[in-house]
Design a protein around this ligand. Structure first.
Ligand code: GLN
Length: 447
């Protein structure tokens, strides 16, 4: 803990943490040392973890990097925090993120962008940017993020670490600040596949506070260090043929395809007809859910209240106008629009149908193949400020991550080295619902 606290101080300028729980983490470490000596310590004893600032931890501030929640203290802990603590993890602090997890670069945070440790002029990725950099810059062993449309996997790929999004319905969302509930999923960011598996095992499983969870036992994951039996892998043809994908990202993909083939796996190209509809469908549905989830921030119940409000209506209006940032407002307006009576069928209902098609097609592919291999992002980390003016450009960066989110299947981003400028690159593996064991096992070998 002392070592990590030192690293956090040294790297404070990266802006990865919104708060560090220094005194508490040191005290907790002492307690756990005792338990280790008594032989009563939990599975995560010795593991120092950072959590994204949209995860509730009783008695600690949680603000989703938004002004509207500034100063709000959690009155209970999320299920995952309870499970991590029960296994003797030390939680060292809460990490910066895009406001309400909306974004892909961590530039939408009220507390400013997080800098990429590989190149401080570049973004960390997002929305779990602080969590990814905390692991990348060795400020903790592992971090917990949330992934709605790629927010664990994409920053992990920008930072050269592992980001794992389990099957939707595997890990409790109780105590996670909701963005888009039918997509939101907690996931670990780690440096090893084994750590990802361990954290998954501890966090997963049914919870009386989250009805969307699968009622099935959580397998205990064993990571096989030997070469796996030959697998069938599909890759997206367009990831190589599209001019929108960076050449070094393509090169990395081709290199891994060749390597897998040389080692006896079957690797085949596939076309995905609905590719162009993935990002629009995701943004319509996620914004619709967000507009509903964020209605609760009214200036009365939580956090910030506008000091210039004079009556109830102006409390709502001014607190929301002053409390939410630009991107969050954009999503609330977009979501409210697609849910409005006159446009519901044209947008929301249609996007639901597209989502079903994407899920069916993804399942069909995964019935034939063990894994889908695609890049995590079409480009490596871009310069801070570069995409600020055009939100649609940043939305399109999610092209490869939203498929797993729309279909609910597990996916993992694995680091595959750096480009010529020294920026990390990541590739992603997707697999069938609840096939975490095989996915993690193969990830160990793959990466
Ligand atoms: N970039 C996507 C968005 O802005 C994904 C965010 C996330 O997964 N939380 O919605």
């Amino acid at each position: 803990v002392k070592n990590y606290l030192g690293e956090i101080k040294k790297n404070a300028h990266l802006n990865a943490f919104n708060e560090v729980f220094e005194t508490e983490a040191l005290a907790k470490a002492k307690e756990i040392d005792q338990r280790i000596q008594n032989g009563t310590a939990g599975k995560l004893a010795g593991m120092v973890i950072a959590i994204k600032d949209n995860i509730c931890y009783k008695g600690h501030e949680v603000n989703a990097s938004s002004k509207i929640l500034k100063g709000f203290t959690s009155i209970y802990s999320s299920t995952i925090v309870e499970r991590l603590l029960a296994q003797d993890a030390v939680i060292i602090g809460r990490c910066n993120c895009d406001e309400f997890a909306m974004g892909g670069s961590n530039e939408n945070s009220f507390f400013g962008p997080v800098k990429n440790y590989a190149d401080e002029t570049r973004v960390s990725g997002g929305s779990s940017g602080g969590s990814a950099v905390a692991v990348q810059a060795n400020m903790c062993h592992a971090a917990i993020g949330t992934d709605t449309g790629g927010s664990v996997r994409q920053p992990a790929s920008f930072c050269g670490v592992i980001g794992f999004k389990p099957t939707y319905g595997r890990i409790s969302r109780h105590g996670i600040i909701a963005y888009a509930s039918s997509f939101d999923q907690v996931g670990p960011i780690t440096r090893s596949v084994e750590d990802a598996a361990l954290l998954y095992e501890v966090m997963a499983g049914s919870d009386e506070y989250d009805d969307t969870l699968a009622q099935r036992e959580v397998e205990s994951i064993t990571i096989n260090k030997e070469k796996p039996a030959p697998k069938k892998i599909a890759y997206l043809q367009e990831a190589i043929s599209s001019p929108g994908v960076d050449t070094e990202v393509k090169d990395a993909l081709v290199k891994y395809i060749d390597k897998l083939r040389a080692e006896g796996h079957t690797v085949k190209p596939i076309a995905f007809e609905q590719l162009d509809y993935m990002v629009p469908a995701y943004y319509i549905l996620a914004s619709a859910e967000a507009s509903s989830n964020l209605a609760r921030y009214d200036g009365v119940h939580y956090g910030f209240r506008s000091p210039s409000a004079t009556d109830l209506q102006s409390t709502y209006k001014r607190s929301r106008s002053e409390g939410f940032g630009k991107e969050v407002k954009r999503r609330i307006m977009l979501g409210t629009f697609v849910l409005s009576a006159g446009y519901y069928d044209a947008y929301y209902a249609k996007a639901q149908k597209v989502r079903r098609l994407i899920r069916e097609k993804t399942e069909e592919i995964l019935n034939e193949y063990d894994f889908i291999l695609i890049p995590t992002a079409p480009e490596p980390a871009f310069a801070i400020g570069a995409e600020e003016k055009d939100p649609v450009v940043t939305y399109l960066y999610d092209i490869f991550t939203v498929q797993a989110s729309l279909s609910g299947v597990p996916a993992i981003s694995l680091p595959v080295g750096n480009n010529t400028e020294g920026l990390p690159l990541g590739l992603q593996l997707l697999t069938k619902h609840f096939n975490e064991q095989q996915l993690l096992d193969f990830s160990e070998y793959f990466h």
